[in-house]
Design a protein around this ligand. Structure first.
Ligand code: NAP
Length: 276
């Protein structure tokens, strides 16, 4: 087992990619603190661990609140006495249900205009309509949340001069995302934070890397219409979206000693969508 005897905290692990990472790490011998903003979903992930759930516990916290993050780390410290692995995964969808319907409508109109061979007359116009609240929420959960959790984790990791931090960014940080510039900005910020922090803490034997997934089958992307899904899939050379477990495999590599010479880098499981 690759993570025997190591303590890990995964944020947003009540669903999707975070849940898959938590289950994979537990199966590889880690003691896992399963965070989510919803305590019930975090508890369900722990339940799904089977026999290994004795080494795990669920911890509710909103990662965009520094006070809640501090309280969460107090629990982690008390329970595990330290922390070897942090995965900053918690995230929110690019847009709410009303906007999803609008994105689906515009996507279908644009696809029709493209297929007709004419100019695009349907414009996304997402950013000019974006509210202050939506901007702040996106930055708050993804970028602030990554900072708040990392700050607390570093205190525990520095005590032993040992640790691994994995930040879930996105292919949106690498190639852009036409329907959610605020999401791209948050994920780009996470990538830049990853690089700088890796330089800062390398002398403490703490490695910091990012994962930039392409499209993944989770609740976050569940509102896409058939047409929008077909269009995004047509841009992927492998012609399919990833399963959450395929991202968990990348996280396991970065968490384990198999990646002992990786720091300040990103891996992008994306089916060939971005190869730069
Ligand atoms: P998901 O299934 O919606 O899981 C995200 C989890 O984070 C949910 O359980 C969510 O709870 C939780 N969460 C939201 N806000 C939180 C907060 N403030 N504090 C703690 N937990 C919070 O989505 P996913 O696709 O697995 O996303 C995981 C990460 O991968 C995100 O950072 C996302 O941006 C990134 N990503 C996803 C894709 C994709 O195509 N799915 C691609 C690239 C990157 P609620 O459900 O209650 O909100």
């Amino acid at each position: 087992m690759k993570l025997e005897g190591r303590a890990a905290l995964i944020t947003g692990a009540g669903s999707g990619i975070g849940r898959a990472i938590a289950l994979r790490f537990a199966a590889e011998g880690a003691s896992v603190a399963v965070n989510d903003i919803v305590s019930e979903t975090a508890a369900k992930t722990v339940e799904a661990m089977g026999a290994t759930r004795e080494r795990a516990f669920a911890v509710q916290a909103d990662v965009s609140s520094s006070a809640e993050v501090k309280a969460m780390f107090a629990q982690v410290s008390e329970r595990f006495g330290g922390l070897e692995i942090l995965v900053n995964n918690a995230g929110v969808a690019e847009f709410g249900p009303d906007q999803t319907a609008e994105v689906n409508r515009k996507a279908e109109a644009r696809i029709g205009e493209m297929m007709a061979g004419g100019p695009l007359r349907t414009h996304w116009d997402m950013t000019q309509e974006l509210s202050d609240a939506d901007w702040h929420r996106m930055i708050g959960v993804h970028l602030n949340g990554t900072f708040f959790c990392t700050r607390e984790a570093l205190k525990l990791m520095s005590a032993r001069n040992r640790g691994v931090i994995i930040n879930i960014s996105s292919v949106a940080a690498l190639r852009g995302i036409e329907i959610a510039a605020h999401y791209g900005a948050a994920k780009g910020g996470i990538l830049a934070f990853t690089r700088s922090l890796a330089h800062e803490v390398a002398s403490r034997n703490i490695r910091v890397n990012a994962i930039c997934p392409g499209w993944v089958e989770t609740a976050m992307t569940g509102g896409f219409s058939f047409m929008l899904r077909a269009f995004t899939t047509s841009q992927i050379p492998m012609r399919r979206w990833a399963e959450p477990d395929e991202i968990a495999g990348t996280a396991l590599f970065l968490a384990s000693d198999d990646s002992s010479y990786f720091t300040g880098q990103w891996l992008s499981p994306n089916g060939g969508l971005f190869t730069g």
